[in-house]
Design a protein around this ligand. Sequence first.
Ligand code: FAD
Length: 547
Amino acid sequence: MNPLHSREKDFEKIKQTKYDLIIIGGGVTGAGIALDAISRGLKVLLVEKGDFASGTSSKSTKLIHGGLRYLKQFEIGLVREVGRERAIVHKLCPHLVVPEKMLLPLYEDGSFGKFATSLGLWVYDFLADVEGEDKRMMLTKEETLEHEPLLKKEKLTGGGFYAEYRTDDARLTIEIIKTARQFGADVLNYAEAVSFLYNNEGQVEGIEVKDHLFEKNFKVKAGVVVSAAGPWVDELRKKDGSLSKKRLFLSKGVHIVVPHDRFPVKNALYFDVPDGRMIFAIPRWNVTYIGTTDTPYSGDKNRVLAEEKDVKYLMDACNLMFPEVNLSKKDLSSTWAGLRPLIYEEDKSASEMSRKDEIFKSQNGLISIAGGKLTGYRKMAERTVDVVIENLKKEHQVENLKPCKTDQIPIGRKPLKNSEEVNQCKSEIATLIARHFSNAAVVADYLVANYGKEAFEIVERFPNGLVNQWELIKAEIDFCIKNELTFLPLDFLNRRSGRLYFDLDVTEPHIDQIVHYFAEVFEWSESKLEAQKNLVARTVQDAKVFN
Ligand code: FAD
């Protein structure tokens, strides 16, 4: 049966429901608010105009980190909060938030001196309650080169080795949304809030939604509407007539991806760029990705592209720090670019502006949340839902609500308890698929890192006989369509599997098959098939435009 039929049924229910809370935006901020609100007992609807995490929440550096550089800017409160959040989010979702040691090389003329780094990293660990083996280590020059032989040796004085976590931002967002759905939240992707509905007192009482899959509009009402629209927050404030002096400032951040064997770093690294900024190089399976830039942006928010100068900036920085590597444009396998929705501060450059979040309340009752970090999504959600409940209480609309308990709610349909269970799961999957793939351990690592314990459900979908790459992809797609509100090829290629950026060489030969398979499952017309083929081709081209 065409999976769109169940979406039609969802619509009928949604149109007839009066919600406590409508959330606009299915990035990590909206996802976090949905889970917090539904688990406290509110009736929740989340609408997302594209796919979940299709905005900034799939374009980040994919670190759950305390933000060492914010310490340098004396943002102690921010560092403390996000630093502590790292361990909480790891505990809630250990397959997606994975401990990763970060190496900070120190140079005679670098931005961090040895003593200041030792002290800074100590404070960083102290603020975040880091304990035991995870505490920072200061390395000699020789030890630093042992950890990372590719580093420039000249003027190297040593290194700092400290604890962070890496994640997959889009998968984390989707898993939080799946968890909110399990609690009973209604969620729709490809559903855009096109206008606000107001009551007789001029207060927001709902939204008009345009469904982009059925090309139909409908209205839906709620006690409170929250906009968690990331870079689009000001557009919605404008629609509400409540755009004030306090505005967003959009800063573009670009990452480049190269094959790991062309840039074979052994660790994640955080290193200096000559202009005084710092960037990351992060190994991930068979690639290394490098980022990010931080430049003002005023172009099309729906199609943010890496430009020649961004790529040059990142490559030059790598070639200075890793002279033997000597990257050139032909080494790039892909790029991605995203927008930071920062709160504007006069007389500050993009990289100096604070990453703090802020809640705006309009006179018409619209609540908007912007700024912040992926890492702090849970605390941002808690603060937002506190404000929502305050508003609902003024109208006596709610009672018997529970306190925020998202620090206790494991994320995902079948959560794993800890890193040991994650490793156990990987080795069981590797054994199950050993006869199909010569690199079974790598495939198992990919499946569990992406889908956690649900990887078993993908493997169970394998047909009899030996399975090839296409049959693996098809099993993943079937799983995503059934469990993860996946409607279009790019939902799968980009946000569900990350294959577009991290395994393009292996996936590209199957792209035509993937698009045709979606056409068959969703019974597309010829013109829809053509449009989707073009969209996928354009996106692949955008990702690898420089090679
Ligand atoms: P978004 O993810 O953009 O979500 C907003 C959503 O609202 C979008 O999906 C959009 O389609 C939807 N929307 C807009 N208008 C409407 C409408 N009218 N109707 C329905 N839906 C609508 N943070 C970290 O903690 N660690 C990092 O390593 C890190 N690295 C970063 C690197 C870069 C380059 C950038 C740009 C940011 C980075 N961040 C990082 C910050 C982090 O990615 C963001 O703070 C976070 O993803 C913002 O999420 P969001 O949900 O607020 O916005």
